[in-house]
Design a protein around this ligand. Sequence first.
Ligand SMILES: [Zn+2]
Length: 322
Amino acid sequence: MLLGLDIGGSSLKAGLVDLNGKLVRRESVATPTSLIDFRRLADSLISRVASGTQIVAAGIGCPGIIHSSSTRVENLPGRMNYLQGFILRDLMEGIVPPDALILADNDARAALAGELMFGSARGKSNALMLTLGSGVGGAIALNGILVRGFSGVAGHIGHMTVNPQGSYCLCGNRGCLETYFSARAFEVEALAAIQRGCDSLLRQRFGADPLSITCLDVFDCAGEGDPIARSIIERGMRYLGGVIAGLLHTLDSEVVILGGQIIQAGPALLDPLRRDVERRTHSLLGRTVPIVTASVGENSGIIGAASLPLHAARMERTAAVK
Ligand SMILES: [Zn+2]
């Protein structure tokens, strides 16, 4: 049995996953706010999940920059910055046998490992994944390898510059993709339009409580023809389509997988995005690259984490055959 630990901003989830990617046990707790509580709660969570089971390998998915084999949290700004410098595998001591492989990685990369082993990228070696949430995360598989780069930063697709003179981003740069396309960007733009008094469906529905607006509300208003909501969404989509097209020209991926909360917008997101990327890439690539949603499902964080050692073992077998 594989053990997967998914460290998220709101919850810690652990589960047992069989070799077919099926989740057989799962538990979660709210994410603690200090390292002492984190160690205590994570230890008890993992012990409960692993109890009475032989664990053959374990994986950990975590936001930020994570050293895969040492499992050290290299950089994690924000609420969970208490984990910086922490060795995540220490949480498994005494629970996972000492000879079992334990790997950790950035959560978007873990999600792509899950899709490569059990989901939309199964059987494929070249895949591009974007997680479309409050920010935009990403991961790249190139010739079967999860690309980490020189210092583990590779895949921060949300911080690709799309407008050098654009607004400042959390990362300190200007005009990053996620300042135009992300739940946070759509909500901030909609809030600003309401506060300026722009006449729109957004103001009619959310004028009394503009902070309650979600990015899916903006998609809904756009779908009902509201010109301001449409302009916010369409501008974001143009930048997203341009970035995906540029990445396909750079990486020559077989498939683009979209995850994250914004995929709940469904065809309102996928249909125009597919048309735009096709229009931008068909001439050079000579084919239509499928843009699909992640298929591992609601437990993708745990299953993705558990897939990290499986994917690494598959890479090692492939290298041995070559
Ligand atoms: Zn940025």
